[in-house]
Design a protein around this ligand. Structure first.
Ligand SMILES: [Zn+2]
Length: 173
């Protein structure tokens, strides 16, 4: 349960102010409701009045944003397209080897380092496509290739299981 003390003590929940004259007028940011409302009691009275409006605005905002970030495709749909990309990659390598009179469908030069380099190259393509394009389409096209390269790397070199520890490796160093 939230009580008004939680909302009224510093740092200010609206503008972040936490300095001298915290409960005095004209110390908070100009955009803050406490810029013109000074004492704790006056702030509490005002808060009781405006809280329903704030909550209503927040829940409307949240509902709208939840709608806009809804996935456009299911995981299965995306995986099917990435699978097609993976098959295309293998076909390209097979063509390359057939052209050079070899039989292997696995490029022996595909070390983990080479895959990271390739993914990095295509991530830069995605960045350029996003920066220069009017829509996300070309960037998403490059991302599908990167994802398929990651899967190819995991196929050839083994995919470690997701551990239970969710902290980033870099945080441990
Ligand atoms: Zn404030």
């Amino acid at each position: 349960m939230i009580c008004s003390a939680d909302l009224l003590t510093g740092p200010c929940k609206f503008c972040g102010y936490n300095g001298p004259g915290y409960y005095q007028k004209y110390t908070h940011d100009r955009s803050c409701p406490w810029f013109r409302i000074g004492s704790y009691n006056d702030q509490e009275a005002h808060l009781t009045k405006i809280l329903p409006t704030i909550l209503k605005t927040y829940f409307e905002w949240r509902k709208q944003n939840m709608d806009t970030v809804k996935p456009q495709e299911t995981l299965e749909e995306v995986m099917a397209k990435v699978k097609t990309e993976r098959e295309f990659q293998d076909a390209c390598v097979s063509d390359y080897y057939a052209h050079h009179g070899k039989k292997s469908a696995v490029d022996p030069s595909r070390t983990v380092a080479a895959e990271i380099l390739m993914m990095d190259k295509y991530i830069h393509d995605a960045q350029a496509a996003w920066a220069h394009g009017a829509t996300d389409e070309k960037a998403l096209d490059a991302i599908r290739k990167v994802v398929a390269m990651g899967i190819r790397c995991l196929q050839f070199h083994g995919c470690p299981e997701r551990g239970l520890d969710c902290t980033y490796v870099i945080d441990k160093e």
